[in-house]
Ligand binder design. Structure first.
Ligand code: ADP
Ligand code: MG
Length: 484
């Protein structure tokens, strides 16, 4: 789906490419043994390497390499058996080395692909240009003293995977779908926690505009956007700014900008640096990284089932719609919960309960799947009681609420509250007779061909039975008696 912008001079198309920095989930940093955890007292997780003491030597963390390879494989990407670490030279107070160790001409992972599941059930493909490993910088603290800036090096040297997309994205919704899918893949793998609030996943958003299908326009890069919602907002305002600028006779200048969510604008940060400004050269402290093809193959064999494959299996095996399947596989915990519920039961019914009542409950209570008050085995038990006729759907919803409140299994709630559905046709017939006797006008209407009036009878019977009569049985008996 392409979202066109209607300008004063005609339509414009947005072109978007994303660079995502994903922090590798690992105990130690990329080139040192210092701890990688988020937060902590400033400068307590800093080794001599991270502080760039003279004569320090970086030592590559094999675990981080493995995570980058796993991520590359999950992105269906080419793994480069030889890759090179380069120095990207620039001065910044939170970068004591005076350069960042990154990968430039020979990244560890080459071209790949992410499949987007759009809300309407369609798919879109976004190319991955590359994934490379690099060190994070430290952090300048401007709010600790009125006239001083402090530097915290805890983050210095933390391993990042920079995942660069092709300029294949055409709307804010697609950008959101891309980030959601990428995060889902990273979480399935456990290679990055995908936590945008804590900054372990951040996006640089490249935006340009062009006439639909025309040549690519000049892009601006919006740095370090830290939520999916802000990415969408930043794209909208930046694309609108560029259209207005061009239609006004101006030209987009390639530059780095910042998004200010409060003001709802992007502001120029600096003119775009070119790669030659960084004087990249291979880091003489690090040998080229050589990977063994068999090792890569064994990592590939050990990958977990990923969202796309799981989604296909859910559609095939449980008869789910593309949309339902993609919702259920988005998080691994949700997928596992669903599969436990669906085990040996009707998959569509299980999906409806998980996505309907259960998601609703978790939403209301602000809880994650992991601390759902109703577990998957218990929800399965409830569905069994619908299948065997003990409960109608309506009663089951009541039982579900009670299960959530009391933590008791479905069968216990049914017994205690007497919520069992009345399927005994004698009992229902007696109620039907009473309702028919009490509504001669309605009977006449029904006989005159007014089908809708049947609802009135059903409502009365349900009322009289406290909602416990089996609705199918009520309908059947009513029809039979009314046509006698
Ligand atoms: P740099 O390293 O200077 O940021 P890259 O060539 O690596 O430049 O591209 C960075 C990002 O910009 C990529 O995600 C790419 O898809 C995106 N991009 C390139 N050209 C355009 C364009 N004309 N409009 C939007 N995005 C673009
Ligand atoms: Mg860039």
């Amino acid at each position: 789906m392409t979202a066109l912008i209607q300008g004063a001079t005609g339509d414009w198309e947005m072109v978007i490419g994303l660079e995502v920095h994903a922090q590798v989930t690992s105990a130690a940093k990329l080139f040192s043994g210092a701890a990688n955890a988020f937060g902590g007292e400033p400068n307590t997780r800093v080794s001599l390497v991270d502080a760039a003491m003279p004569g320090m030597l970086p030592v590559i963390n094999g675990y981080c390499i493995e995570q980058a390879v796993r991520t590359g494989l999950a992105l269906k990407a080419k793994i480069n058996l030889t890759s090179v670490f380069d120095r990207k030279n620039y001065f910044y107070p939170d970068l004591p080395q005076g350069y960042q160790i990154s990968q430039f001409t020979q990244p560890i992972v080459g071209t790949g692909e992410v499949v987007l599941d759009m809300e309407d059930g369609t798919e879109r493909r976004v190319g991955i240009t590359r994934l490379h490993l690099e060190q994070d910088a430290g952090k300048s603290l401007h709010d600790q003293a009125p006239k001083l800036t402090y530097v915290d090096l805890n983050r210095s040297g933390v391993a990042l995977m920079e995942i660069v997309s092709e300029p294949d994205i055409r709307s804010p919704e697609e950008a959101a779908a891309y980030l959601t899918k990428l995060r889902s893949i990273l979480r399935y793998l456990g290679t990055c926690d995908g936590n945008m609030e804590e900054g372990s996943m951040r996006a640089d958003v490249n935006v340009s505009v062009r006439r639909p299908g025309g040549a690519l326009g000049t892009r601006c890069e919006i740095k370090n956007v830290n939520s999916i919602r802000f990415v969408q907002q930043a794209i909208v305002v930046e694309a609108a700014r560029q259209v207005a600028l061009i239609e006004d006779g101006g030209k987009v200048v390639q530059e780095t900008r910042l998004f200010d969510p409060e003001a709802g604008v992007t502001r120029v940060m600096r003119s775009k640096e070119e790669s030659h400004d960084y004087r990249y050269f291979p880091d003489p402290d690090l040998l080229p990284l050589e990977l063994d093809a068999d090792w890569v193959a064994s990592i590939k064999a050990g990958l977990p089932e990923l969202p796309d494959e799981k989604r296909a299996r859910f559609m095939d095996g449980y008869g789910l719609s593309p949309y339902d399947a993609s919702v259920l596989v988005a998080e691994r915990e949700t997928a596992e919960f669903f599969e436990t519920v669906a085990q040996g039961r009707d998959g569509k019914v299980a999906a409806n309960w998980v996505m309907g009542e259960l998601f609703g409950l978790l939403n209301r209570q602000g809880r994650a799947m992991a601390d759902s008050p109703v577990g998957p085995v218990e929800l399965g038990g409830l569905i069994d009681l619908i299948a065997d006729g003990t409960l109608s759907n309506r009663l089951a919803k009541e039982v579900f609420e009670e299960m959530a409140a009391s933590g008791k299994p479905a069968a216990a709630v049914v017994e205690e509250k007497g919520l069992r559905q009345i399927t005994d046709s004698g009992a229902i017939e007696a109620e039907v007779d009473k309702v028919i006797a009490a509504g001669p006008d309605q009977v006449a209407q029904f006989k005159a061909g007014n089908e809708k009036v049947l609802g009135w009878f059903v409502g009365r019977v349900m009322q009289a039975t406290g909602g416990k009569a089996n609705p199918a049985a009520v309908n059947e008996i009513l029809r039979k008696k009314l046509s006698e």
